[in-house]
Design a protein around this ligand. Structure first.
Ligand SMILES: NC(=O)c1ccc[n+]([C@@H]2O[C@H](COP(=O)([O-])OP(=O)(O)OC[C@H]3O[C@@H](n4cnc5c(N)ncnc54)[C@H](O)[C@@H]3O)[C@@H](O)[C@H]2O)c1
Length: 339
């Protein structure tokens, strides 16, 4: 069996999620090296996946020189995605890059061009597109199951804040990028249209201590969008969200409505006279989208083996970056922004 050799570029939360997926569920891929500027993290993940300590690196140049891999899974902070993608593509290494693709649209273009020039795949980490509920909704809309879509709502409330590097909006484009890139991608994907106009408001409701050091930081936002085909979208963002991981969508059409996702884990329901009916809620993105991460990883490997175009492309990543930048501009101007 042909095996795609992988280097994990980033050994944090997302790096481990992808590492687990490839190690446990994708037999035609093999993790052969791990890179992280924090060598202890690189070594820890290397050990977890049975990779010799010599192939844990703290410098990507060394990883590229001393381990022979076919593909890089990039899960370092957003502001590094462009650099590591360009370095990989120059060496003819296929790239899977986590969202948000980059901080600027110019960097997204550089990444797309580098991968084109190197003739390598570039897949973006919008795993919701691989979730069975999201896929069924997409099919239903295509088959006129709810008539013409009118409004698409997306709830994007993350349980825990990203790393401190993301508190500075200049480094990360804020929570709308870190948490809600997925919502922006889903609204665009399900509406089958591009963004035309955005109006966003945001505030720091729960994190005054972060606000002291980073005055532009926000943890709550509402974003209203109009698509080019006149579908309306509404994204709500809260992070940290104390009650769990809440990633639900609603598509209202001329003939019906689709609800995607649930707060409920659907594993157990308890009922007592004293407490009534209760069931556990979803607490983490890792669990909610576990199967989607596997399908996304398999797809990346299959695209390399079959030389086919990934379902989620650099262009998709770039559109999400554009709308996030426009939404942040709307927040600071206090008025709508045309794209
Ligand atoms: N698709 C998803 O569901 C999902 C979930 C979580 C995170 N992400 C994305 O993955 C990326 C990383 O997020 P995370 O939560 O894993 O962050 P994290 O802070 O847990 O991990 C980032 C890792 O990168 C390392 N690092 C920092 N600067 C570096 C540099 N210059 N070069 C190399 N390594 C460096 C850190 O040591 C750390 O181990 C972000 O872009 C984030 O938005 C996506």
């Amino acid at each position: 069996m042909e095996k795609i050799k992988i280097c994990l570029v980033g050994a944090g939360r997302a790096g481990e999620v992808h590492g687990d997926v490839h190690f446990d569920f994708i037999p035609n891929s093999e993790i052969i090296s791990v890179f992280d500027i924090d060598i202890s993290k690189a070594k820890k993940l290397a050990a977890k996946y049975g990779v010799d300590e010599r192939f844990a690196f703290y410098n990507y140049e060394d990883a590229l020189s001393y381990s022979e891999f076919d593909a890089a899974i990039i899960t370092t902070p957003t502001f590094t995605h462009c650099l590591y993608t360009e370095m990989s593509a120059r060496k003819k290494i296929h790239v899977f890059c986590e969202k948000p693709m980059a901080i600027t649209v110019e960097d997204c273009d550089k990444m797309i061009n580098a991968c084109k020039k190197g003739n390598v795949k570039l897949q973006l980490g919008f795993m919701r597109r691989f979730d069975s509920g999201f896929q069924k909704a997409k099919q239903l809309i295509k088959n006129n199951g709810i008539g013409e879509p009118i409004i698409i709502k997306s709830v994007g409330r993350g349980p825990g804040l990203p790393g401190k590097w993301a508190f500075d909006i200049k480094n990360s484009n804020g929570n709308l990028a870190e948490v809600n890139s997925h919502d922006f991608d889903s609204v665009r994907w399900l509406s089958e249209s591009e963004y035309k106009k955005v109006y966003a408001v945001a505030k720091n409701s729960k994190s005054p201590e972060i606000g002291k050091e980073y005055p532009a930081f926000y943890d709550s936002a509402i974003v209203s969008v109009t698509m080019q085909n006149e579908i309306f979208g509404l994204i709500d963002s809260i992070c940290p969200c104390d009650y769990g991981y809440d990633a639900r969508m609603e598509v209202v059409g001329t003939k019906g409505v689709i609800f995607i996702g649930s707060l409920d884990e659907h594993t157990i329901i308890t009922c007592t006279k004293e407490k009534g009916i209760s069931s556990p809620q979803i607490l983490s993105w890792k669990k909610r989208f576990h199967d989607a991460y596997i399908a996304e990883g398999r797809h990346f490997v299959d695209c390399i083996i079959n030389d086919s175009e990934p379902m989620v492309t650099g262009s998709d990543g770039k559109h999400a970056v554009s709308i996030v930048i426009a939404a942040n501009k709307s927040i600071s101007k206090g008025s709508p922004v045309e794209l």
